[in-house]
Write a protein that binds this ligand. Structure first.
Ligand code: FAD
Ligand code: NAD
Length: 474
């Protein structure tokens, strides 16, 4: 096999594998180096997202949602089922099957696009060479005119609560519990804490979430975060804000935690502890000393607005660089970089990246919050509409939440859309399109939305910006 390529990508997560496929589509000879091994010890392409992130978490969220609905919500429809049970090995095996389907799918896509995969740890050497070290220590060196670094991220570990993979776990561990923990503590009420906390709560675990910050979901719109906090509380998630973990000790009967909150020192014993306090760029062992590629204080690879590192032919994308740690952000950077390399015009609009939290109800937003606009001194107006007044949501018995549209006070241009409610992970796409095309609230208000659909909530919220919503008082 030739060891010379046009492009080498290090990392086959959603940033790297997408970059590799797009570069190959553009006629370039591409290699992709990745070290991730699946449960069978074989190469599993797709990175964090496909193996232990986006996809498996959504599989478990969906199974647990079905179980929760069966045991809590179906009676309202006149449906009852006695002795509903969930078999955890089947529940986990279904998730594993989905993971395998998708990681195998990336391997098929590589084959179809003639991307050469390498299984091992890649290290950038000076002169755009990449040393690949296989699990058995065997080394080979390949080279390319362009190297794209897409090494992703790993969970942040707390020094006093080290992961042991069994009792104190990260996201991967919490996707693979052999049984429903009786008591699960989670450090961090962020996206992972809320999504995986929801999974195990729905299956019957007592879930206690310890969050250091005093505000709940500080990066979300304040009104949306308030509804979310109320709904999660109703579901029984015990979220302790302004609480700092001081100690986590594994003993025979579980993990003994000591944390402090406004009332002083607290003690808690749980069966399992999930630490979900954020992720850090994974650049360990990625760069030889003399490559010239710079890391910032958070070990992220420094890049310009075109994801170029400043070293000739070396680019970086995804969780390993600045910006939100989201799969779709990394994928778009991967496409853009492949296009820049091929002499085309790549493009990523950071202002319209959608954020979604896949809880029940779901949260989704894009653009600015009211708080950000106030801080920036931008004049704005808002319109909102509750799902309680949406026929489809009521028919589904899921009439919780609202959509809020924020538009510029003078130009009416949409500056942000914030939602909580049924299906909002899908509804946000319409708003992103409108924002991408520099649309106004009036534009959304004049678009015909099918009746009865959840999307009418977006329509009514846009109408409400100008105080002319039809199905509520203005
Ligand atoms: P990664 O997916 O981390 O992939 C990097 C790959 O590079 C890995 O396979 C790694 O093994 C490999 N690698 C690293 N260094 C080397 C090296 N030196 N040599 C060879 N290989 C190397 N995002 C969303 O948008 N939506 C979601 O719903 C969502 N859910 C998530 C749920 C969980 C539980 C977690 C943990 C994350 C979730 N994310 C979600 C975040 C998402 O997974 C990441 O943003 C995304 O995976 C980043 O893609 P990436 O390609 O930059 O890196
Ligand atoms: P996060 O940044 O979303 O949340 C971490 C939380 O932990 C924060 O609220 C933070 O204040 C808190 N925290 C930090 N240190 C703490 C401490 N010592 N004690 C108590 N609380 C502490 O991070 P995450 O939930 O670990 O997720 C990591 C990344 O993965 C996210 O940034 C997100 O981009 C990505 N992700 C995305 C999705 C999605 O898009 N639906 C799902 C899961 C993960």
């Amino acid at each position: 096999m030739s060891d010379k390529f046009d492009v080498i990508v290090i990392g086959a997560g959603p940033a790297g594998y997408v970059a590799a496929i797009r570069a190959a589509q553009l006629g370039l000879k591409v290699a992709c180096v990745d070290a991730f091994a699946g449960k069978d010890g074989k190469q599993a392409l797709g990175g964090t997202c496909l193996n232990v992130g986006c996809i498996p978490s959504k599989a478990l969220l969906d199974s647990s949602r079905q179980f929760y609905n069966l045991t809590h919500n179906f009676d309202a429809h006149g449906i009852s089922a006695d002795n509903a049970k969930i078999d955890i090995p089947t529940f986990v095996a279904r998730k594993d099957k989905i993971v395998k389907q998708f990681t195998g799918g990336v391997a098929q896509l590589f084959k179809a696009n003639k991307v050469t995969p390498f299984f091992g740890k890649g290290k950038l050497l000076k002169g755009n060479q990449v040393e690949v070290t296989a699990a058995d220590g065997a080394k080979q060196t390949i080279s390319a005119a362009n190297v794209i670094l897409a090494s992703g991220s790993v969970p942040i570990e707390l020094p006093f609560a080290r992961f042991d993979g069994k009792t104190i776990v990260d996201n991967a561990g919490a996707l693979d519990f052999a049984a429903v923990p009786k008591r699960l503590a989670i450090i961090g009420a962020g996206v992972i804490g809320l999504e995986l906390g929801s999974v195990w709560k729905r299956l019957g675990a007592e879930v206690i979430i310890i969050e250091a910050l005093p505000d709940f979901l500080g990066s979300a719109d304040a009104d949306i975060a308030k509804v979310a906090q109320r709904e999660f509380k109703k579901q029984g998630l015990d979220i302790k804000l302004g609480a700092k973990l001081g100690k986590a000790e594994v003993k025979k009967d579980g993990v003994h935690l000591v944390y402090t909150d406004k009332d002083g020192e607290q003690k808690l014993t749980v069966d399992k502890l999930l630490v979900a306090v954020g992720r850090r760029a994974y650049t360990d062992g990625l760069l030889a000393d003399d490559t010239g590629v710079q890391l910032d204080e958070r070990h992220r690879i420094v890049v310009d607005e075109h994801n170029h590192t400043g070293v000739d032919g070396v680019w970086a994308i995804g969780d390993a660089v600045r910006g939100p740690m989201l799969a779709h952000k990394g994928s778009e950077e991967g496409i853009a970089v492949a296009e820049w390399i091929a002499g085309k015009a790549g493009h990523v609009n950071f202002d319209t990246i959608p954020y979604v939290i896949y809880t029940e109800p779901e949260l989704a937003w894009a653009g600015k919050t009211e708080k950000q606009l106030t801080e920036e001194g931008v004049p704005y107006k808002t319109g909102s509409f509750p799902f309680a007044a949406n026929g489809r949501a009521v028919a589904m018995n899921e009439a919780v939440g609202q959509v809020k549209v924020i538009a510029h006070a003078e130009t009416d241009r949409i500056l942000g859309v914030h939602m909580i409610g049924p299906g909002v992970s899908e509804l946000i796409a319409e708003c992103v399109v409108a924002m991408e095309f520099k649309g106004s609230a009036e534009d959304l208000a004049r678009i015909v939305h099918a009746h009865p659909t959840l999307s009418e909530t977006v329509h009514e919220a846009a109408l409400s910006v100008d105080k002319r919503a039809i199905h509520k008082g203005n």
